[in-house]
Design a protein around this ligand. Structure first.
Ligand SMILES: [Zn+2]
Length: 244
């Protein structure tokens, strides 16, 4: 194990020796998804330099953090965190683009695991008892082949050892690309886009709503309004990157 301040811990797969991995890397070099330099045997997806320079928030360590404050004006929530601050350019936006539009699902798993490890360090998510990803509209999912929020939520479900409720919410409206819209247009576009699945009446009380990127919070607010049809629900949120 190698630990470095500000970066994720690395572990070698047990069945691979350092010598073996070094040899494999010599013959088939692996490249950093951030800067494309060759990876060392102990690095996975990202080189140490790219990992250290990612804009970690540490929001999970503070209950009423700025993300919590931003979202609590939109709906009642118990806890909120984001692994990173969103950046328009740089390594993080490249990673998000790769897993969202280029099929690099492994990056979503890698970052989802990292988010899960940060939540495990937090005292504010102990009462969560189920994970809910923001759903994609079926037409968009068919085109992309996967829902990146589902991949992140699955990683959280594994790390937090909590059940995943991937079909509790259904997306009934195929919204246009929200990233291209202003705040009020986005609000209007996503309003009523989600519904509670009438076939899923049984679920735990405190749910963790998971998305990849939070910008205005409109998408999560629309999900919350669908979930709060059931008045007993409590909500917390976790995203990979947020704008504050
Ligand atoms: Zn790099």
């Amino acid at each position: 194990m190698l630990f470095l301040e500000g970066s994720r811990s690395y572990s070698m797969k047990k069945n691979k020796s350092i010598v073996f991995q070094t040899l494999v890397d010599f013959i088939f070099p692996r490249h950093c998804y951030g800067c494309e330099t060759n990876l060392e045997f102990y690095e996975e997806f990202l080189c140490l330099s790219c990992q250290i320079n990612l804009p970690l928030t540490k929001l999970h360590l503070t209950k009423e953090n700025p993300l919590f404050q931003k979202i609590k004006s939109r709906f009642t929530l118990q806890a909120a965190t984001s692994l990173f601050y969103f950046e328009k350019d740089g390594v993080l936006s490249r990673l998000i683009h790769l897993f969202k539009y280029k099929g690099a699902k492994k990056i979503a798993v890698f970052l989802g695991d990292w988010l899960g490890e940060s939540i495990a360090e937090s005292p504010f998510f102990n009462e969560v008892d189920g994970i809910v990803p923001v759903p994609l509209h079926p037409a968009k999912k068919r085109k992309r082949g996967y829902n990146q929020s589902y991949i992140i939520a699955t990683a959280l479900s594994n790390k937090m050892k909590l059940p995943l409720f991937s079909d509790l919410l259904i997306r009934v409206k195929n919204t246009t690309a929200l990233a291209l819209l202003g705040e009020s247009e986005r609000e209007q576009e996503v309003k009523n886009a989600f519904k509670l699945n009438p076939k899923k009446t049984s679920h735990p009380q405190h749910l963790l709503l998971v998305d990849d990127v939070l910008t205005t919070g409109s998408t999560l607010a629309a999900c919350a309004s669908a979930l709060f049809v059931n008045h007993n629900i409590k909500l917390s949120i976790a995203v990979l990157a947020c704008r504050l």
